[in-house]
Design a protein around this ligand. Sequence first.
Ligand code: ATP
Ligand code: MG
Ligand code: MG
Ligand code: MG
Length: 461
Amino acid sequence: MDIRKEYLEFFKNKGHEVISSMPLVPDDPTLMFTNAGMVQFKDIFTGNIPAPKNKRATSCQLCIRAGGKHNDLENVGYTARHHTLFEMLGNFSFGDYFKEDAIAYAWEFVTVNLSLPIEKLWVTVHNSDDEAFNIWSKYISKDRILKFGDKDNFWSMGDTGACGPCSEIFYDQGEEHFNGPEDKMGGDGDRFLEIWNLVFMQYERTKSGELLALPKPSIDTGMGLERVIAIKEGVLNNFDSSNFKPIIETLEEVANKKATKENIGSYRVIADHLRATSFMLSQGILFGNEGRPYVLRRILRRAIRHGYLIGLRKPFMAKLVDTLVNIMGGHYVELKENSNYIKEQLTLEEERFFKTIDLGMSLFSEELSNTKDIFSGSVAFKLYDTYGFPLDLTQDMLKDRGLEVDLVKFEELMKNQKAMAKAAWKGSGDSANGGDFKTLIEKYGLNEFVGYTNISYSSKI
Ligand code: ATP
Ligand code: MG
Ligand code: MG
Ligand code: MG
């Protein structure tokens, strides 16, 4: 079953307009990346722009959660369900239907179209939301509707903007996957998998933190496509599904090494990061040292480090791109059209990092053997400054060992370096002084965002 198509058609038949995925970079400086399907509609929810004639919409939105309020970078490779880039299926009502219909539609799709067994479903609601509780109790027994507070059942896109209480659907993967108390809904265990969030958009959070009532209560839902595909394919881990498996298999060939229980995490991280970096490049994001371009660089360098761990010593990501295009290029035309450019850019950045990674890894290991409680901030800075190891990469390398970087020292060195760079800039006289400008650019990179010229976003059902 093509779940993406099934979903969009289901909602189309219920009067929704099918809308294409918006770019990964939103037109909003407060938001790092498009992190949910509702982002392209956020001003409609708040009433800043009028609702379209058809007050119902549906989409399959590419999302990135690798920075800002929703950041799953640290989870990738550690949980079975998180990706940096994923597809979010959603249906939206701009002041049209509300809780009653949103719940009825979701229930119908999950139990009829997806035919998930009712005895495996659980639901959560906000502890103040009796209305949602009562609606759900028409479909599912009351002891499987759990109430939680704001942490689990109040959704916000970012620090400001549209938000509201929410209700979520979970899939029980079976008692045998119970990992202890952390396996409660919303926890990091494998038993209860969150699949769909129905947000009852009722408020706008202002800069000062105040909650204002929206002109009209609205609906925003989000369901992770990769998770649903994994359930339907009967696998417990998204990375074992057809979305990722072929990439992992290609990587096994490229590395000439089979994944094992010990190193499978590296294969998964690489498969995940291949998707995120390829899509970011296909949409015009460049490698750089700040902001979004730096997130792109950090994600790729994490992937390279995992490649290094499984024995790769030269660029390898480009060799995986065709497999990704086979999986996703049919729906996302920009991925297919830009595949040569993606390969070229990945390889160039890999060449840059492979030049210094050996020396950086030796410095890291040497320092690690001297580390008792806290990893030296000066060494972390040297890794960053001389060998191109982003701080979060070093932190990730220490995570398994339960160690942390001395951030106070790291920040101090970073601040000094920025001050020096500023002084060097001032000292360079007028901007026609090409020599100094060039040195700075070489050292810090150009961070300008080049935009979407010539890139098409058309995506079809
Ligand atoms: P989780 O608790 O698993 O981190 P979430 O509560 O942060 O998920 P929501 O913000 O409610 O997620 O997003 C709606 C849906 O999008 C989720 O129910 C899930 O199916 C999917 N989703 C969220 N984050 C990810 C991710 N990093 N990778 C894949 N799917 C995701
Ligand atoms: Mg999350
Ligand atoms: Mg959650
Ligand atoms: Mg959620």
